[in-house]
Design a protein around this ligand. Sequence first.
Ligand code: AMP
Length: 113
Amino acid sequence: MKTLFQKIADREIPAKIVFEDDQCFAIEDINPQAPVHILVIPKRVIARLGNAEADDAALLGHLLVSAATIARERGIDAGGFRTVINSGRDAGETVPHLHVHLLGGRALAWPPG
Ligand code: AMP
């Protein structure tokens, strides 16, 4: 069974894909929580950060570097941005295919709810 994000990567479900390389892709979040709200998603499925293992280290690093690249392209690096990975029920994870939220374009409150 493909995850929602695998279906998007395979163009079976429409989404605005804003970045793609051999390891990951990035889409506009369908329910944006900030002027910029992008999801950076690995093509190889890791269900959640809580399942990550040592072999996943390079891929996880690549997701963060990709998020930083997109933040610079969107011009939100100077003002600042936030990356979030929700892992599991208590964190509010709703899609069991690890993804990095990239949020910016406004001042973000802290702590999160
Ligand atoms: P999380 O709750 O951390 O698992 O994040 C899942 C995110 O996926 C949420 O911010 C949703 O708004 C977003 N989302 C769900 N379905 C889609 C979709 N079809 N296209 C783009 N984003 C989606």
